[in-house]
Ligand binder design. Structure first.
Ligand SMILES: [Zn+2]
Length: 458
């Protein structure tokens, strides 16, 4: 017996990869890693009209970017022959049959069932008449309850009579969703199906199909639905972001991984919420995933992005920020690109803000000399004296902090750093004066301090 853990995600390439798909991918990937198992990517591309290569590429690219590499890759369309073989097997053994009822007839039946307050389902009288037209259905005679033993939700019980004769295929070479998924999961030896709660009503149907085919049943886990902040269904307008959108708007991979990990799972209190993939994988326990819907709160994503940017080593910060700087700005700051990045990074939420942040240092606003006076506690004469000391003391950016430290010792922190900050930035709120000195360089910094002194003279 092969006990190897094998899990999969099975996205349709009919749109750009959504954070919900990324969340399912992460939970599967972590489960595989924890059990030394395999993580499979299966592209469900049997809907030829809606499936596009562009979307398949987007899924592959974003999974790789997130660091969720797959061990095996399948395209569903490459397995059509196997689907047909399994359909024939069911037809030959009389476990499936052709149903030639028209859509109109099925609608009338459903209408009558609704009127009688019965669940809509099709119990077909074509079962035994040996037709070979229409669609293919599973003969569903099951009466014993189907119990889904869900790793997150515990036992979920269904009455199999609710489903009637389940549709399997439009014809022998066009199988339908639940049939294809069941066959593909079995073929790929999937041991655990971990997917969104939106699939939960498919699960008993897939169990019935699997039983008819004599397949062993995988373990199940249904992850909580993703909801907007107002607890409504997630859409593009209320936080339903694609991974590509997130990446392009300057969220970093560490933050997105952390964010999606928290969509349905909570770490132990003592380790906090800002976590890297390694720690999350170590701490993650699928059986402790939440059952209720998980709220997608982009403000939390913003916070996590800031926290993760801060935790990156300086050279890594520069590496991730540089692609976001416009060509014009790069030309303008040339060799000082790294220094400007380092100066503004602690205040950045998304990397797309970096151009504006750097420009705000370069283009100093017009300011009033009174802004230079720290809390009104130093007068113009004192402020001028301090700025002049700074001018004479700081002769090298590399030792500026040492020079400032001795001046601070003499005059106090606020009286020294405040006028320096305002001189360098023209603002009350800015990166720290140390970072500004480093970004601007000695010549520009000195020029700005001289302007401040001239303002105090005026
Ligand atoms: Zn029928």
């Amino acid at each position: 017996m092969n006990n190897k853990i094998r899990v999969r995600i099975a996205p349709s390439p009919t749109g750009f990869m959504h954070i919900g798909t990324a969340r399912t991918a992460l939970f599967n990937w972590m489960f595989a890693k924890q059990h030394n198992g395999a993580f499979l990517l299966r592209i469900e591309d049997t809907d030829k009209d809606r499936s596009k290569k562009e979307f398949e590429d987007d899924i592959i690219k974003n999974l790789a970017w997130l660091g969720l590499e797959h061990d095996e890759f399948y395209r569903q369309s490459e397995h059509i022959e196997n689907h047909t073989v399994n359909l024939k097997k069911l037809l030959d053994s009389n476990k499936a049959f052709w149903c030639a009822h028209t859509i109109k007839e099925l609608e009338i039946e459903a209408e009558q069932q609704r009127a009688a307050k019965e669940p809509p389902r099709h119990i077909c009288e074509h079962r035994d008449i040996g037709r070979t037209d229409g669609i293919i259905r599973l003969r569903n005679d099951a009466t014993d309850s189907i119990v889904i033993n869900d790793m997150i939700r515990g036992d979920i019980t269904y009455d199999p009579r609710l489903f009637g004769d389940i549709s399997l295929a439009k014809n022998i070479s066009e199988p339908l969703y639940n049939f294809v998924v069941t066959v593909d999961d079995f073929d790929a030896k999937i041991s655990h199906v971990i997917r969104g709660e939106d699939h939960i009503t498919n699960t008993p149907k897939q169990i019935l199909i699997g039983r008819a085919l004599g397949f062993s049943e995988p373990m199940w886990a249904h992850l909580p639905l993703l909801l907007a902040k107002d607890r409504t269904k997630l859409s593009k307008r209320n936080g339903g972001l694609s991974v590509g959108d997130c990446r392009e708007s300057g969220y970093i991979r560490e933050a997105i991984i952390n964010f999606i990990a928290l969509l349905g799972w909570h770490p132990k209190d003592e380790i906090g919420e800002v976590l890297d993939l390694e720690t999350i994988t170590k701490e993650f326990d699928i059986t402790r995933a939440q059952r209720g819907g998980a709220i997608v709160d982009t403000e939390k994503l913003d916070w996590l992005n800031r926290e993760h940017i801060k935790r990156l080593p300086p050279d890594e910060q520069i590496k991730i920020a540089e692609p976001f700087i416009s060509a014009d700005l790069k030309k303008q700051i040339e060799s000082r690109v790294d220094k400007y990045i380092s100066a503004v990074m602690p205040r950045i939420t998304k990397l797309t803000e970096i151009n504006a942040a750097i420009k705000s240092i370069i283009d100093i606003p017009e300011y009033n000399a009174d802004l230079l006076l720290w809390k009104g506690k130093i007068d113009r004469i004192k402020a001028k004296e301090i700025l002049e000391s700074i001018l004479s003391d700081i002769t090298d950016i590399e030792t500026a902090d040492v020079s400032l430290a001795s001046l601070i010792k003499k005059e106090g922190t606020g009286p020294v750093l405040w006028p320096l900050r305002v001189s360098l930035s023209g603002n009350a709120i800015s990166p720290s004066p140390y970072e500004l000195l480093y970004a601007l360089g000695l010549d520009e910094a000195r020029a700005r301090v001289r302007i401040a002194i001239s303002k105090l003279d005026a």
